[in-house]
Design a protein around this ligand. Structure first.
Ligand SMILES: [Zn+2]
Length: 274
């Protein structure tokens, strides 16, 4: 029996509660959609990072300093300069926040036992390096983000030089490898069986993260041979460039990891449970 049928006086209350329930459901659905968008934004950055490794490997590019830092810079440049998606700037903010919350989750300050000799910089440094390049390129768009990250005015200004240097360096290295005609390199996009990660595989396909990256790279660079972009299950949240197979691999687990990071660390689901 409809609970609201019991008494006329209760109807208004029931309708109101029903509306609140529906509203809460809508809000939950919105948060879940936002979490998926966060995961996909990070996937775009991650793909461009791995494509950086691929370009270094396939084109035999020299690297001064840490390759991991260099390809983080390229991924950032790519989203700032060459990705024509409407949300490429949001993707950068989400990817930087991803490194930030990874750092917070490790020890609170982003330092753990292995960090000092890891080939990657500390997650917290990766977040700040990205934000510096972002505000260096476009102070108007990213000034607020840089303020949230507490980069002071002098630092934000100095980031303009940091960005220009990274951009010029990468463009100098890539220039001899740009396509001059309509020839397009062969890049195949493969989605392996997703199992429990089917929702993430579907979202990746729907938003064409890998296809878009593949089309852009294929149309931009003369690659020495065919390459593959593969989404697969890896048993860990990660992404790789495999030089022996000329493959960029994005693990479905990575999307899940970022999805839950958004829910638990950014929105705070679970903080107030019971
Ligand atoms: Zn890397």
């Amino acid at each position: 029996m409809n609970r609201c049928a019991a008494a006329l006086a209760a109807i208004f209350t029931c309708l109101t509660l029903g509306a609140i329930g529906a509203q809460a459901q809508d809000e939950d659905n919105q948060v879940l959609a936002d979490a998926m968008a966060f995961a996909l934004h990070d996937a775009a950055f991650t793909m461009y990072h791995e494509i950086g490794h691929l370009l270094v490997g396939e084109l035999g590019l020299p690297v001064l300093g840490k390759e991991e830092d260099a390809v983080d810079a390229l991924a950032t440049i790519w989203l700032l300069e060459f990705d024509e998606s409407d949300d490429s700037y949001d993707a950068l903010i989400d990817a930087a926040d991803g490194w930030y919350f990874n750092a917070v989750n490790s020890t609170g300050s982003g330092v753990d036992d292995f960090s000092y000799y890891d080939e990657h910089s500390l997650d917290i440094q990766r977040a700040y390096a990205m934000v510096c390049m972002m505000v260096g390129k476009d102070p108007e768009a990213f000034g607020e983000t840089a303020d949230i990250y507490e980069l002071d005015t002098d630092q934000q200004e100095a980031c303009g030089y940091t960005y220009e240097q990274a951009l010029t360096s990468w463009m100098t290295l890539l220039d001899p490898h740009l396509t001059e005609d309509d020839s397009v390199a062969s890049i195949e996009v493969v989605y392996d069986e997703a199992g429990d990660y089917e929702d993430y595989a579907r979202a990746l396909k729907d938003y064409r993260i890998m296809e878009y990256a593949a089309e852009t790279v294929a149309a931009s660079f003369l690659l020495p041979g065919p390459v593959t972009f593969r989404a697969t299950q890896c048993g860990e949240p990660n992404a790789f460039y495999d030089p022996s197979a000329s493959e960029v691999i994005y693990c479905y687990e990575m999307a899940e990891h970022m999805f839950y990071m958004y829910l638990y660390d950014i929105v705070g689901w679970g903080d107030t449970a019971n």
